[in-house]
Every structure is written in C-alpha cells, then in structure tokens.
Design a protein around this ligand. Structure first.
Ligand code: ADP
Length: 629
C-alpha cells in the first residue's frame, strides 16, 4: 500500500467543499453518476471503433450500466459502472490532482463568505471531490478496460489517499469503477432508497445509460400480516437521450435538469435552443447559455462545453472545432446521424458534414439571440452582462455573421443610460447626422470627459462610448452598420462632417500661430492644425484613420509588442477658445512656447496617457501660474 498526499489545490478545494457546500450536499450523486456516464461513453466509443476493445465485449467488458447499491444499516452506498475504468496511474492523476485550468484563479476569488463561495463553487464544478460533503471515507475500486488488475484508492478526504492492488473478492470481474461511500453524519440522510430515487430522477433522469438501484424493499406480506424486506433491483431513470425526444414532450424542468447534469452548474441556464434538422443532413443540437459566464472564459486553455455524439454515441467533448472560439461559453450537444463513428479529431477539422452543422449551429444560436434581444429585453440584458465581450470577438473573427453580431452587441452612450445598440442609435440620429460616431481608447470616465465629445454635445449628436479594451481593435475593422458609416471621433476625418462654413477664412489668420506651435513641438507631433470638433477645450490629440490611438499604443506596449513605430499624434487647437484668441492677439515669444507644450501635455493627460517628462510640465505650469497670479 502506498500513501500519497493531495496536490495543494485539491486540499484547498476539499477544505472548501466540506465547509461551504452545506446547502446542496445531494449533488454528490449527480457528480458521481455523471463521471460514470462519461466513463461509459468513452468505453462505448472504443468498443465501436477499435478491434482490441470490440474483442473484449462479454469477456472483460460488460454491457453499459450504472448500479447503486444501498446498505441502509451500514450506511454505505456503492456507485458502480462498467465504463473505461482507471489503472493505478489514472487514479493518482485523476483523483489526487486537479487538471482543470482556472483552479488557482478560482480559489483566489473565494471570499471566505460561505454563501457566496458556495455559489462560486457551483459554477466551478467540484466533480468527484463533492463526495466528501457526505462521506468520512471513500473507497474507489477500478479496473481499466483492457487490463486485468483492480486498484483500490482510499481516502478520508483530508490530507491524502492510499493506493493498493486488490485481488480475490475485492477485485472487479470486468472493466469499470466502483465508488464505495461510507456516509458521515451529514450524509446519513442519503442512506435511504426513497431519497436516492428522488435525487436520481431529479438530476440524472436523462443520462443515456440505465441506472439501477438495489435496496431492501419493504413489502406487505398479506399472509404473515407483516412487512418484510426483500433485496430488490429496479431501474430508476428514463435512460433516454433526452435531446432526441420531441420538443413537445419536454418541459422546462427537463431542460434545466439535463443542463445541470451535463455541466455541474447549480443555476438554471439563461435559455436553450433545441433544433432537429432533417433533409440533406440529419442532426440534433441542444445548446444552453449558462446564467454566469464560465470561470475560464478568458483563459487560453478554456474548457469547451459542447459534446459531440454520433447516433447517440458519445464521441468527444473537448473539441474546439465544434463551435467558433467566441461561442466558447455555449454548453450542450451536437448529435449527428451522418458522421462515421470512428471519426477522429484530425478528420473533424476538415469534415464537410461537421462544417455544415457548425455553420448552421452558429447561425441558429445568433438568430435565437437576436430574437430574444427583440422580444425579451430583460433576459437579453442578463445575457449581455455576461457575454457582450465574446460577441465582440466574434465581430473580429466571424465575417459571415457580422451583420447579426452588429445587432447583438451593446454599448454605453452619451445619450442614454445603460446600454444601447447600433439600431437604437441609428433610430435616434439627428436629421443632419451623417454617420454613427463612437469613441474608443480609455475607461468610461476618460471617454465621457474627452474634449473630442464637445462638438457632438453642442450639436446634440450621440456618441457611443466603447470602453472595452478590445473595442478599438474590433471596430477599427468595421466601416458600416447597414448603410450607415461608423466613425471614431478620435480619428482624423470624423470631424469633417461637422465643419462649419466659416472655417477657411479663420485658417489664413491662424496659419502663423500654427506654424510656430509646430516649430516648438518639433518632431513630437506630426502636425498642428485648427480643430472643428472642440467647444470648451483649447486642444486635443487625434490620430490618423489607420493609426492606433495613443492609449491603444500603450496597451500594445504593455502586452509586449516591441518596435512599434514612433507615434506622431496630431495636435488640434480650438480657434474659438480664449487662450488661442489671446495667443493670436499677442504672440510675444515666451508665451507661445510655454503654451505649445501645455496645450499638448494637457491633451495627452485627458486621453489618459502619462507624460514623458512630467517635471518639465510642472515647471512650465508653475511659471505660467506665477505670471497669472
Ligand atoms: P471531471 O469529471 O470534471 O473531470 P472529477 O473530479 O469528477 O472531474 O473527475 C476527475 C477525473 O477522474 C475524470 O475526468 C475521469 O478521468 C476520472 N474519473 C472519475 N470518475 C470516474 C469513473 N467512474 N470512471 C472512470 N474515470 C473516472
């Protein structure tokens, strides 16, 4: 026998499970049954596709089933499956470490407040370890398909576990896993057949394999006039692939339970889309949108949530080919009638059938979302609160669905509270308004206070505030919403639309001043010119149409991009501002020089860009201040 310690994360998780999950201990059964179901799925796939396993059917591999055996007196329960099983190595790596990404991140988000934490854990999914909510000792007997040895894993869920090979009675006769639970005080309530049936029906009714319960059934014996107990085995679940049942037969509850059984989430999904396609291609899809974005949504090694089946046989659940990455928060099932059972990962990538299913599925999901956006604003707001950003990633990557995605994303705005859409902004356009305007490149408060918005405010034109860090990259590639142009107000030409007619005359008058400002700032700026977009501020920084904003550059540098070409912003000044007027009236030497730098530096500060030389800025500011007091 060898003793081993749990990986630190497992110990932390176990501690949490025992101390925070008191509100839902019954989910341990769902988690274990779901593990058994996965193990059966994996083995069934192998026996259908690989000769080595085909040959073992009936001789080392039994027909797929899950068995619960209850011993009320001893307060023990076993959950056995005839699935793929685990060997010694598997037991160590699967039941002693956590392979899932995001574990550390998850653990660091915990607050210590049991109620809040228990919700978080619900989203994270605790899997096997949840059994320690109800057990003070757990023994796992497992034999891997194709191998002869049975190994036993034992733990009290505190510090570590033991592993040993077992033989004789304790050894399994065929491949699979048996989990023997010794209930603790909390778990004693589940040493009850009626309770177990209820829980299986609630969470695992649609598991595709039969689940049997063996227990001591009390029956009235009329002759003896007393109740006697008989050991009985009964099937508890419906064991149908629920997604194959007609929609008309399925209730909301069925969908919610099924969702929970495949995801381990405790919360109901926001909504689901169930589709059966018949025709050239036959397939069924059932997609769910979780109420809360998955923990690993923004991690490169996120876990996918869509399982691929072929004619009810599970094929794989970790393919990133099934949906585009921006829909990685979608959970559910794709079941195809047309794919071969032995379809491999490599084949999947260029398989025409799958490509068609994928294309149709994306269209379906997006059109259903659009439907909800139009007909159930509250629900849609919940959706957007979690998934606005992945949809924007879609705008960047999914050209074919750009039109629909443009209708799905939401923004802050200078005109309305909360979030709004392009369609709504279009409906609010002023009669003379030529384009839809937006501003990017900073936090909401920097954007709201940007001098670039002044002229729009004055003319009562709406500007959308795109404060997400990917907005600038995404929207710089998108020129139109329908037939309306989209323009960034911090880019060169947006203000042309708003120019007033008197501009050319002023330009002549301003020329000498502009030249002197440019001479002072030298190579720091590309150009100094008169602005038509300012009302209250004396100056502003703008970038060319095809250049990243100053703020964007900062981000690119922070992300490790080197060798960015030197940024040469354009400084625009407001000819109607008091300061500029005074400079024009009295352009005596020292003042223009100080003014040039102060106008430039303040414009940078308002964009949220730190100054290269704050000391000079302060010195200059104090000099000017000193003169004015
Ligand atoms: P998850 O199911 O989310 O991967 P678990 O902690 O529930 O996490 O299980 C960890 C791993 O242990 C599983 O991924 C699987 O490889 C293995 N495992 C658990 N239960 C079984 C079982 N009944 N048969 C075979 N393997 C299992």
């Amino acid at each position: 026998m060898s003793k081993r310690e749990f990986q630190t994360e497992v110990s932390q998780l176990l501690h949490l499970i025992v101390h925070s999950l008191y509100s839902h201990p019954e989910i341990f059964l769902r988690e274990l049954i779901s593990n058994s179901s996965d193990a059966l799925d994996k083995l069934r796939h192998l026996t259908l596709t690989e000769d080595k396993y085909k040959a073992l059917v009936g001789n080392g591999i039994d027909s797929p089933r899950i068995d619960l055996e209850l011993n009320e007196e001893a307060k023990t329960l076993t959950i056995s499956d005839t699935g793929i099983g685990m060997n010694e190595e598997d037991l160590i790596s699967h039941l002693g470490t956590i392979a899932r990404s995001g574990t550390k991140n998850f653990l660091s988000q915990l607050s210590g407040d049991a109620r809040k934490d228990s919700n978080l854990i619900g989203q994270f999914g605790v899997g096997f370890y949840s059994v320690f909510m109800v057990a003070d000792k757990v023994e796992v007997f497992s034999r891997k398909a194709g191998e002869d040895e049975t190994y036993k894993w034992t733990s009290d869920g505190k510090t570590g576990f033991d592993i040993e090979e077992v033989s004789g009675e304790a050894a399994r006769k065929s491949a699979g896993t048996t989990v023997l639970i010794h209930f603790n005080d909390e778990g004693a309530q589940y040493a009850n057949s009626w309770r177990l049936q209820e829980i299986v029906k609630k969470y695992s009714n649609h598991i595709a394999f039969p689940i049997f319960l063996t227990y001591d059934k009390s029956e009235w014996n009329a002759e003896k006039k007393e109740s006697i107990k008989t050991r009985t085995t009964e099937q508890v679940n419906a064991a149908s692939a629920m997604w194959q049942r007609p929609k008309s037969e399925l209730k909301d509850e069925d969908y919610k339970e099924f969702y929970k059984s495949i995801t381990g989430d405790w919360e109901d999904p926001l909504f689901w889309f169930h589709t059966r396609a018949e025709g050239t291609l036959e397939y069924t899809t059932l997609f769910f949108i979780p109420a809360k974005a998955p923990m690993d949504l923004y991690q490169a090694d996120y876990k996918t949530g869509v399982k691929l089946y072929v004619r009810r046989v599970f094929i794989m659940d970790d393919s990133k080919e099934l949906l585009p990455p921006y829909l990685r928060f979608v959970r559910g099932i794709i079941d195809s009638e047309d794919l071969p059972l032995n379809v491999s990962r490599e084949i999947l990538q260029q398989n025409k059938v799958l490509t068609s299913i994928k294309t149709a599925s994306v269209k379906k999901i997006l059109s259903e979302l659009k439907n909800i956006a139009e007909n159930d604003k509250d629900k849609y707001a919940q959706f957007i609160a979690e998934y606005n950003r992945p949809l924007k990633e879609g705008l960047y990557g999914d050209f074919a669905n750009r039109e629909t995605l443009l209708d799905l994303v939401r923004f802050k705005s200078t005109k309305v509270e909360g979030l709004t859409s392009f369609a709504e902004a279009k409906a609010r356009m002023e009669p003379e308004q030529k384009a839809l305007y937006y501003i990017t490149g900073g936090t909401e408060s920097i954007l709201r206070n940007s001098p670039l918005l002044e002229i729009y405010k004055k003319k009562n034109i709406e500007v959308l505030l795109l404060d997400d860090d990917i907005d600038e990259i995404v929207f710089s590639t998108i020129e139109k919403y329908g037939d309306i142009e989209l323009k960034a107000v911090n880019k060169g030409t947006a203000s042309e639309d708003l120019k007033d007619e008197a501009a050319p005359e002023k330009a002549e008058e301003l020329k000498p001043l502009l030249e002197r400002l440019k001479a002072t700032l030298g190579d720091t700026v590309k150009e100094v010119r008169a602005s038509s977009r300012l009302a209250d501020s004396p100056s502003v920084i703008v970038s060319d149409e095809d250049e990243p904003s100053a703020r964007m550059r900062q981000m690119m540098q922070a992300m490790g991009q080197k060798n960015l070409p030197e940024l040469k912003p354009t400084l625009e000044i407001n000819p109607d501002h008091e300061i500029i007027k005074k400079l024009l009236a009295d352009p005596s030497n020292g003042k223009v020089e100080d003014a040039a730098w102060l106008l430039f530096d303040q414009a940078l500060l308002l964009e949220g860009v730190p100054l290269k030389d704050p000391a000079s800025f302060v010195k200059r500011l104090n000099r000017v201040l000193n003169q004015s007091i």
